[in-house]
Design a protein around this ligand. Sequence first.
Ligand SMILES: Nc1nc2c(c(=O)[nH]1)N[C@H]1C(S)=C(S)[C@@H](COP(=O)(O)OP(=O)(O)OC[C@H]3O[C@@H](n4cnc5c(=O)[nH]c(N)nc54)[C@H](O)[C@@H]3O)O[C@H]1N2
Ligand SMILES: Nc1nc2c(c(=O)[nH]1)N[C@H]1C(S)=C(S)[C@@H](COP(=O)(O)OP(=O)(O)OC[C@H]3O[C@@H](n4cnc5c(=O)[nH]c(N)nc54)[C@H](O)[C@@H]3O)O[C@H]1N2
Ligand code: SF4
Ligand SMILES: [Mo]
Length: 688
Amino acid sequence: MKIKAIKQNGIVQTLCRMCDTRCAINVHLKDGVITDITPFDRHPVNQGRMCPRGSAAIDLFYHPHRILKPLKRQPDGTFSNVSWERALDEIAEKMLGLKDQFGARSIGVWKGEGVGFYQQEGYPRRFIQAFGSPNYFSNDSACYNGRYMGHSLVTGFWNAFPEFSHADLIILLGTNPPICHPPFMREFADGRERGVKLVVIDPRLNPVACYADIFAQPYPGTDGALGWGLIRYLIETKNYDSELVERYSIGFDKIAAYANKFTPEYVEKQSGIYSHVVENIAQLVIKNRPNISIFPGTGLEHHDNGVNSVRTFAILACLCGNIDISCGLFWPEEMGGRQLNLYGEIQLEDQKPIGADKFPALYDIRKECHSMTAMDYMLGNGEYPLKGLILTAANPAVTNPNTRKVEKALSTLDLFVVNDFFLTPTAKLAHYVLPAATFLERSEIHYFPKRQMVNLTQKVLEISGVRDEYSLWHDLAHRLGFGEKYFPWKNEEEVNRWILEPTGISLEKLRRHPEGYVYKAVRYKKHLKKKLPTPSGKIEFASAYLKSLGLSEIPEYVPPHHICQTSTLYPFVLTTGARKSLFYHSRHQNIPRFRNVHPQAVVEMHPQDAADLGISNDDLVRVTSEVGSLDIRAKVRHPSELRPGVIEIYHGWEDWRVNFLTHDDINDPISGFPALKAVQVKVEKIGR
Ligand SMILES: Nc1nc2c(c(=O)[nH]1)N[C@H]1C(S)=C(S)[C@@H](COP(=O)(O)OP(=O)(O)OC[C@H]3O[C@@H](n4cnc5c(=O)[nH]c(N)nc54)[C@H](O)[C@@H]3O)O[C@H]1N2
Ligand SMILES: Nc1nc2c(c(=O)[nH]1)N[C@H]1C(S)=C(S)[C@@H](COP(=O)(O)OP(=O)(O)OC[C@H]3O[C@@H](n4cnc5c(=O)[nH]c(N)nc54)[C@H](O)[C@@H]3O)O[C@H]1N2
Ligand code: SF4
Ligand SMILES: [Mo]
């Protein structure tokens, strides 16, 4: 590795991107080598703390298996080194050939969780629009879009992280903050000193549930019923913000009429949450409104009724008068920097973005194509063929549902390029694997919406032979003939300046503010003065837009498929993907000190279920769904940790891929999300 550090000795302040929390860190350098990563104590997000995954950036950066030169797959399946110039020339030539033969839309791009949002997502979006194809895919076909859409359909904006420390009541639904968003726990601890109450709704006792005043375990996918039960209670007892409803919302009569049937007893029947617990939660809501943080995680969106569950709780928040306040649904104002995407300039709707026919709201609201449907197009079962894919920072051969189909589909591509650090199961299927740069090797502008704050991250080091994300798209664009027009900037520094120019904020200024620069002082209750960004300009309890698409106008509660169609063959419900502290999806299994903590995959089971099947701890069991099967060790949990009938398997294991079992065709009708947290399965003991 030939490494150039921006300084040989000392500390560089930047943001960690081992997850999207983006804690501020000090990177310590000695003779050009990173010796330590410690928290930077003047940043409001992490306030001088960090989690163990942050320092693992060192393990990642110097990992012995890191790919440092482009690889090309040979006819015998092995990989050989090629130069960057040759790899990019050949990729560009192939792209132009496919474009000539099948049209630009036969090629797509895909960005994964490895690079996150904002600027790094902007590059592939810009690239593929400029190329003339609408086919932009991402991990967000199974992440975040569901929550984004659920909130923005009601209020017009995304529910950025609330200021939990200002709440009097926090309701967490299907989310696991101590593991997933560690700084939340500090905010919670601050709130706790003031007596904040906590309600946790999760079929599994996740770590934060141990601190809850009320912990309720619903059947997976039934949160919507609880949401409607709480709405009914507020309306019945006239304990809602009537002024907000009258002046700033539409559709109240419709939800009031629909909520009627959700008595506590009916909610109990639907969700398994005792009726008196439903009432207790409702009373806590009434007592503490409007200062309530209602926060849903993937546990809601990974169901076939996910968006409507999220909408139901967004409506509940609005009824509590919880809109545009610090601990509630906060409406961030933008900085006003330039956007990288080209949606204002190039319209490609007539090119039939993949999935836009099945899930029109997904493309409309997020300008994203549906990654599961992409597999059908690759396999020749789409309206037109998808022949080429450039994928960066994702590992769908592990993380996308119905993984065997994903592998088969990716293997049929005429051109498959993967940009990653490692030869992942996805990269092994590629024609070209390009060596990717870590976050320590790039500089980007990052926003913290809830604080209306911006940071510039620092490029700490450079490895010869490794190119950052911008360079990849830039270098390809120039070979394809649209570089000068759409990727004119020589490097990230020039892009950063172009983005910032209209704001009057300089790069130098951001460099002087490693603690973050507030681009606009936060104001609350803006909806009293200006229209909300919904079609009606008001809070939408009922959406005429969804109705026009033939979807439910109000977020009607439809029980999940495993309840509508119970199966004697597959009597268990498998929830997947409850995060582990040291793993990040499919990442970090190759970091030995982390692997020692999580050595192998397990299926977590309720002791009664295990006893019924004669299963003891560590027995080898086979879990089978309609899609596939997986052999895995059993972990028998304490009776309070899981609902009986529910089992759980983590989703990132390369050697035990739970997505062999998940369906790609049981989807939420609004977002197209796969039902990753409700798979009907059977369990058999196969050995010790
Ligand atoms: N350490 C670590 N941190 C991460 C990640 C990681 O892989 N590792 N991933 C990051 C990413 S990309 C994301 S999207 C976030 C996800 O962050 P979260 O959504 O906060 O976390 P998950 O662990 O996915 O939690 C989902 C919870 O939902 C529960 N659940 C399952 N079904 C239901 C249901 O029907 N109803 C309810 N109420 N609960 C249900 C599960 O038992 C689980 O506890 O985490 C981020 N942070
Ligand atoms: N069954 C089931 N499946 C799930 C989920 C679940 O809960 N259950 N969760 C879903 C969710 S919420 C998400 S977000 C997705 C995540 O799915 P993916 O986006 O596939 O995420 P990762 O597995 O983390 O893969 C990221 C890849 O990017 C690489 N990488 C990391 N950083 C960088 C970088 O800076 N640049 C580049 N070029 N590469 C980088 C890593 O080496 C890794 O191979 O998984 C989804 N899949
Ligand atoms: S929570 Fe951990 S991994 Fe995420 S940004 Fe902070 S230190 Fe990095
Ligand atoms: Mo995610």
